[in-house]
Design a protein around this ligand. Sequence first.
Ligand SMILES: [Zn+2]
Length: 468
Amino acid sequence: MTSSLRRLFVGPIIHSKSLNELEVIPHAAISVFKGRIEFIRYDVIDKHEQEYEQIVTLKKGQFLIPGFIDTHTHAPQYVNCGLGLDMQLLDWLNSYTFPAESRFKDVEFAKKVYNKCVSHHLKNGTTTALYFGTIHSEACVALGEIAKQKGQRAFIGKVNMDRMAPDYYIEKTQESLKETESFINKINGIDGCVLIRPIVTPRFVVSCTSELLEGLGELVKKHQVAVQSHVSENQGEVKLVSQQHPECPSYTHVYHDYGLMTEKTVMAHGVFLSDSELDLFSKTRSSISHCPLSNFSLGSGVCDVQRALSKGVNVSIGTDVSGGYAASMINACRTTLIASQSAKFNVTHDYKDTDGMINRIKKEEQQETKYKELGLSQVFYMATMGGAKSVGLQDTVGNFCVGKEFDALLVDVEDQDGPIDAFIDDYEYLYGEGHEEKKKILDLFQRFMFCGDDRNIKNVYVRGDKVL
Ligand SMILES: [Zn+2]
């Protein structure tokens, strides 16, 4: 239930206006009514207190940011966090993932895990999550009900897989399609697509026959639902797909041939995409969910996000629990920055043996100046607006605009039990007098994004309601 309270938030706000523009407003006032932003003032206003049922005045060290949008996480794998990360993808799936996921046939066990999983993502500031479930539709519907009850915005995917999987965890093609259509209808019935929506979820090409992919493409068209899957995560997987589909020029083209590349399609990873695949993403307006922690943990590779952005592809960020061992989007943002630095080294440098010494040398002067690693503003955009855009929610959430729904985090860098010592009162002593208010707020934001954790997330709001 969205609250019909009229609330006023007074204090600093930080949000993305575009990929390259982070807006900082030190003295904002946001009025929220029936879950939506009614107006934003850029200066302190005379509060007509009688008009508001609640006024939230931020204290020193606090600011508001839009909620994070995690565009790739596996809810059942929450039980496996931190396990098996010394393995490569295909071995890890067989040793840890498939055995654990098969247990979700037991709905009571599924509810126990999903309750903890949704709470953990919310606590870490994820106001919208794109969840992979398992092949078991009843447990996936329970995940949707739990997300609704806890107030999280969520896309719920019942996983489809009818080949290359162990016999204890596999579906028959026609049953898989029938179950998926009934699942879409059930999820749509939970709250009429306000916060909880279905998303079609073929696990990946490797584990789906052409007949299954074709049927799923038809369901996407019929029900106009979003799509999520994996693409080009690991070189062994890419090779396998090319053997399975010699008729297709690439991995991405397989999804495209079956109607699964749409403007509400989110493909996780995309580490080894060719130029023509990136062009196909751009043409179909499909998005990549960049999952760097998982890519490093499973030794998959380094995704060059700048290359995808330069081709006009929308890129969002995912935690990829449990290929990624942390459900925190702040952590995912930091790892994205590190992955971008790594990609820059790959593009701009070579290693050569000169007289018995390994030296790092610049490839070409020109490339060094041409290639720019990602900055915090771009990464924050990807974690908020990029995520919203990937599932067609760009006019609903992702930043603070009049008419959008208020999904927000109240951040406090001064939390006594938290990990940050911000030295706010010593700012002038440390950095001199005369700094603009905006610069000080931006520095607090940097402290949070690099040194903060869930202890610094005081309140979580979804559609105007305080859900945590
Ligand atoms: Zn994944």
